[in-house]
Design a protein around this ligand. Sequence first.
Ligand code: COA
Length: 260
Amino acid sequence: MSYENLELEKRDGIAVVTINRPDKLNALNSRTVDELEAAFKSLGSDPEVAGVILTGAGDKAFVAGADIAELASQAPIEGKTFASRGQRVFDRIEGLGKPVIAAVNGFALGGGCELAMACHVRVAAEGAKLGTPEVKLGIICGYGGTQRLPRIVGKGRALEILMTGEMIDAQEAYRIGLVNHVFPKETLLEEAEALLRKMVANGPLSLRLVLDAVGSGLDMAQSDGQELEAALFGLICASEDMREGTKAFLEKRPPKFKGR
Ligand code: COA
C-alpha cells in the first residue's frame, strides 16, 4: 500500500511512523486510520522491525484528534461503526507484540491522545499539550480514551481530564504518569529512539511476553494474572533465547538473541 498521510521509515531494526497531514495538525481522517491499520499490520509481521516510534509531522502537532470535519456528520449507527473501527486499529497497535513508543511532538488531543495511549510508552516534547476535548464538541471519546486514560493515570485524574476537556502540558502529563519522559523538542525523536533501542536490544520473545502479560493481566484479577505470568514463564523456558541469555551471562559475554 502506498501511503498518502503516513511516512514510514525503517532503519537498523526499528520503524518510525509519522502521521503526515501537518496542515490539518495530523487529524485522523478515515484514510489515515486505514493507513495506520495497514502500516501496523505490515510492521507486526515484519521480521526486520523490532519496535516502532509513532510521531506527527510538522512542529505543532502529534495528532489534534479525529477529523472533526468527518465526524460532524455522523449518524448514530455510523457513529458506532466509526468508533469501533478506530478502536480496532488502536487495539492492533497496542497488540503489536513489539514495543511502540509515541513521541508526542505537540498537540495530542482527542483521538490523538487516545492514539498515544494505545502506544506502550509515551514521551513528550517540552511544550506538548495533551487532552480529550471531546466534551467541548458535545461528544465523548470513541477510540478507547475513557478506558485507557483511567488505567494509565487513575480514575479521578482521568475523569477530571475527560470532563473538563482542558489540555494539560507535558510537565503535568509527566507528573500524573501520562508520559514517561519530557525532552526538549529538538531531541525528542533521538531520545525516543534511544529508549526504544534499549528495549529492542533484549530478547524479542521476552518483549512480546511482557506485553502480553501486562496487557492481558491488567484486565484480570491479580491471581489470574500471576497464573498467566507463570504459564508464559514456562513457555519462554522452551526458547533458544532463554538458553542463550542465561548462557551468555554465565560466560560473561553479550547475548545474541534470535527471537526463537
Ligand atoms: N479535525 C480537523 N481539522 C483540524 C483538527 C481536527 N481535530 N484540528 C485542527 N484542524 C485543522 C484546523 O481546522 C485548521 O485547518 P484550516 O487551516 O483548513 O482552517 C488547521 O488544522 C490548523 O488548526 P488551527 O485551529 O488553525 O490551529 P491553532 O494553532 O489555532 O489551534 C488547536 C490548535 C489544536 C487548539 C485547534 O486546532 C483545535 O482545537 N483543534 C481541535 C482539537 C479537538 O477538539 N480534537 C478532538 C477531536 S475529537
